[in-house]
Write a protein that binds this ligand. Structure first.
Ligand code: ATP
Ligand code: MG
Length: 589
């Protein structure tokens, strides 16, 4: 069915993912596969059905209750990809305990920040993360219970497996049905544009609403096997769990603690019946450039049929390269920690390469100006989601709000009036990103609002002074450039490995486009002044000439500041640039 004919999900009054989805599949289709799990270190493999997660989550929920962890309490989970992660996650939802997944890459002070801000009273981790927590535990007075999965639990820490071993195999955990609006999950954002924000989701905003992510974008159903490379602490891994299991499909999970290895990834696709892959754009690029056609041809994927990317702009070059190698078109998808997938290249739509596709059924996504009015097609503006009563049924795939330091939960919204003299109002959530919409309804990502570079344009104008005509520079409107489009062009230059494009203050133009560029080893040896000119000319040729980077600085890969999840923190580069230009350092670089 084409997605535009599809209906939005109705909003239920009560919902619990453990009872309404996991137990449903377990009783309806005994033996239906929920997960393929393998360990890269030991080579061990297991397949687990929905029955397994139903049974184990009843047991773990019973354990949580025995330990005094109540509905509404917050539980931080930091585990590698062990099956215990999903068993605990489903148990927490069953018990109404608010799960707060964090990445294993956190260091002591990150854990302290998250434990304090979340007010978590319980923590579950492996030996490594419990070790980090214990270094800062004194500073987290609200934490009462710490559980350790595997290893020898130190004093004051509960051994998860020992404690679970005492719970009978077929125990039944039950409680009153919870409301759809009860809290379920807390995720921290990636922290790309500032400190990570704490995002609270309720029992349906992720757990149920991701059904549409699974159905329309990932095209999942029983029998499909989905591999998402994101680490468990990120919201995107949450997308995977809820999207896959709502659709009765299976997750593929590899417990792999080594750095990303494209050859190994192809080998896994070759060995297992994975039908659907989600990888970051950089991973697809590495697959093509490092693993290569030859390895791909000798070890073709066993069942791969659908590929997606999200979280970062996916440029046409990556799509082209991967399609050439695999024959599969990557379908871009757009969303945030705060939302489900709200826009994507969905089933039933033809793809316009470079566009992030169309809104998901039930999602009213608009491009608006700063006052909240929708702008005409092809005009750049803010990406907004209409979340009020003007959507029918009301859209619920969106967070409850950010949890603030004082514990309050706030969701920033903008109320906009129809502007036509009527009293019609829209409640808008502004995503903080900019885009255009074309006349066919496709959305084109421009960049984060903070990252947009606003330069004043000058043109030569005529000024008539009595009989003499003088030519002067006339300030025209502000020209805005998104970093993504310039970075996409730079990526096509053979000497460029990676780049980050930001605004650099300029006395004449307010801001100009500056590119920090990481060169290949071969190009790094060349004359940098000549190369700078070559790269600038290349950009002028490949996109609108006014968007070329007037300043280019060649840097080492480690120079580019990145979040733990690998996104470039352009705000830091911008701040550095402001300071540098302010201190009078040469402008041209
Ligand atoms: P923070 O909010 O802390 O600055 P973050 O916004 O990077 O971090 P996430 O919620 O992980 O945290 O990422 C969501 C953002 O990622 C989006 O707002 C958008 O900027 C970007 N993004 C997501 N999908 C896409 C996509 N398909 N194309 C371009 N950008 C995307
Ligand atoms: Mg964000």
């Amino acid at each position: 069915m084409a997605h535009f004919e599809a209906k939005a999900l109705p909003r239920p009054e009560t919902f619990n993912f453990a009872t309404d989805v996991i137990d449903y599949w377990a009783s309806r289709s005994p033996g239906l596969r929920a997960m393929y799990w393998t360990s890269r270190a030991t080579g061990e493999s297991r397949t687990l059905d929905y029955n397994h997660f139903s049974r184990e989550s009843h047991r773990v929920a019973t354990l949580l209750r025995q330990l005094g962890i109540q509905a509404g309490d917050r539980l931080i989970i930091i585990l590698p990809r062990l099956t215990a992660w999903w068993e605990v996650a489903i148990a927490a939802i069953r018990a109404g305990v608010v799960l707060c997944p964090c990445t294993t890459l956190l260091v002591d002070k990150d854990i302290e920040y998250r434990a304090q801000l979340s007010g978590a009273t319980a923590f579950i981790g492996d030996e490594a993360s419990v070790g980090k927590l214990l270094n800062v535990r004194q500073k987290c007075p609200r934490l009462k219970t710490v559980l350790q999965v595997g290893g020898n639990a130190p004093e004051g820490v509960v051994s998860y497996f020992d404690a679970l071993g005492k719970i009978e195999q077929h125990v039944n955990f039950s409680r009153e049905p919870n409301k759809a609006t009860d809290p379920a999950l807390i995720y921290f954002t990636s922290g790309t544009s500032g400190p990570p924000k704490m995002v609270l989701h309720n029992q349906i905003s992720y757990p149920l609403a991701h059904t549409s992510t699974g159905k329309y974008w990932l095209r999942l159903k029983p029998g499909k096997v989905y591999w998402n490379l994101a680490e468990q602490g990120w919201a995107k891994a949450g997308w995977a769990v809820f999207a896959t299991w709502n659709c009765g499909a299976a997750l593929f999970v590899e417990d792999d603690r080594r750095p990303f290895d494209p050859i190994h990834l192809l080998d896994i696709l070759h060995k297992y019946p994975i039908t659907t892959l989600c990888a970051p754009p950089t991973a697809y690029r590495q697959l093509v450039l490092q693993a290569g056609q030859d390895h791909f041809r000798k070890n073709p994927p066993a069942a791969l049929e659908h590929c997606v990317g999200a979280g970062e702009p996916l440029n046409g070059e990556v799509i082209r390269l991967w399609k050439e190698m695999s024959g599969i078109q990557i379908c871009d998808g757009y969303g945030q920690t705060e939302t489900i997938l709200v826009c994507g290249n969905l089933e039933g739509n033809s793809i316009k390469v470079g566009s992030m596709g169309k809104p998901v059924p039930g999602v009213h996504m608009l491009v608006v100006d700063d006052s909240g009015q929708e702008v005409p097609a092809e005009t750049e503006g803010n990406i907004a989601l209409s979340i009020g009563d003007d959507t029918d049924p009301p859209f619920f795939g969106i967070f409850e709000g950010y949890v603030k330091e004082d514990g309050s939960v706030q969701r920033p919204v903008k109320i906009s009036t129809a502007g036509d003299g009527t009293s019609a109002k829209k409640t808008l959530f502004l995503t903080g990103d900019r885009a255009t919409r074309d006349p066919d309804g496709y959305f084109w990502f421009v960049g984060r609002s903070d990252d947009i570079i606003n330069s004043s344009g000058y043109r030569i104008g005529k000024l008539s002074l009595s009989i003499r005509i003088t030519y002067v520079q006339v300030l025209t409107s502000v020209i805005s450039t998104g970093p993504y489009e310039v970075e996409s062009v730079l990526k096509q230059h053979p000497g460029v490995v990676e780049s980050a494009v930001v605004a650099s203050p300029d006395p004449d133009r307010v801001e100009v486009v500056k590119a920090f560029v990481v060169l290949t080893e071969e190009y790094a040896r060349r004359n940098h002044d000549e190369l700078r000119k070559e790269i600038q000319d290349f950009c002028k040729k490949m996109s609108a000439p006014y968007k070329y980077p007037r300043r280019v600085q060649f840097v080492e890969p480690s120079f580019l500041p990145k979040t733990i999840s690998g996104k470039i923190m352009r705000n830091r580069l911008r701040a550095m640039e402001k300071e540098r230009v302010g201190s009078g350092v040469a402008k041209s670089k």
